[in-house]
Design a protein around this ligand. Structure first.
Ligand code: GLP
Length: 240
């Protein structure tokens, strides 16, 4: 795993955006995997600036998001659909953008269709990941097994608590989600994991140096051949 420790959130965001730009400039028809959460917001902001400065052209790029709450309406301000529109898709023109349908009547069929769609584009070239404080990537929660494909998942109480900061109250947080599985994430040729802030330091240390176990889903990244982790100084403090 390649580890890059930046001074602060601004330089972490710029560094990540530079890597995404280099990917797209090197392969204009790249398939990108995007993440949500507070961490990648700065990266998306930098991408919008690069796009407006004509430094990068996303018109041939196809994107797939990691996860979406279930059930949630696209119009709900807390949906990841809405998040992606707000931070990126409203500002930048992509060829196609995909996210699991949080309103699908049949979640199992939706997950199968999502997998097929990714496969039909030849898998993901570069996947962006955040990390939950318990080690979740996407919504692959801590558990007894790794789940390979895109699936319907019951969110952990800890995740609901953690994500309640974005909602008016904890009861509003959906109890379920649809997420890429570990094999879906591993279909990416390159993975870029972003982590910011002191509350991520411990889990990052376990991600890089700890046991590979589904109790900490992020630990499986040790087995992927091309992972870069970018942190700010606080999140990276136990890695040096
Ligand atoms: C959510 C998302 C994850 C994300 C995590 C971390 O749970 N499903 O994909 O990595 O939040 O969020 P933050 O970046 O706000 O710490």
């Amino acid at each position: 795993m390649k580890i890059v420790i930046e001074n602060d959130y601004a330089s972490l965001s710029l560094r990540a955006a530079e890597i995404i730009k280099a990917q797209v400039n090197g392969k204009p028809e790249s398939v990108l995997g995007f993440a949500t959460g507070s961490t990648p917001i700065g990266t998306y902001c930098e991408l919008v600036k690069m796009y407006n400065a004509n430094d990068v052209d996303f018109s041939k790029v196809v994107t797939f998001n990691l996860d979406e709450y279930y059930k949630i309406k696209k119009t709900d301000k807390q949906s990841y659909y809405h998040y992606m529109q707000t931070h990126l898709y409203r500002h930048v023109k992509f060829k196609e953008t995909h996210i699991q349908d949080g309103e699908a009547a049949d979640h199992a069929a939706e997950c199968i269709a999502y997998e097929e769609e990714i496969a039909s584009h030849g898998g993901i070239d570069l996947q962006i990941l955040g990390i939950g404080v318990e080690g979740h990537i996407g919504f692959n929660e801590s558990g007894d097994e790794f789940i390979a494909a895109t699936h319907h998942v019951k969110l952990d109480e800890s995740t609901i608590k953690e994500n309640s900061r974005f909602f008016e109250n904890e009861n509003d947080v959906p109890k379920y989600a649809l997420t890429m599985g570990i094999k879906t994430i591993f279909s990416a040729k390159k993975i870029l994991l972003l982590a910011n802030g002191a509350n991520k330091a411990e889990i990052l240390q376990k991600t890089v140096h700890g046991a590979i176990t589904p109790k900490n889903p992020s630990s499986i990244l040790q087995l992927h051949p091309d992972v870069t982790i970018i942190t700010d100084r606080e999140a990276g403090k136990l890695l040096v």
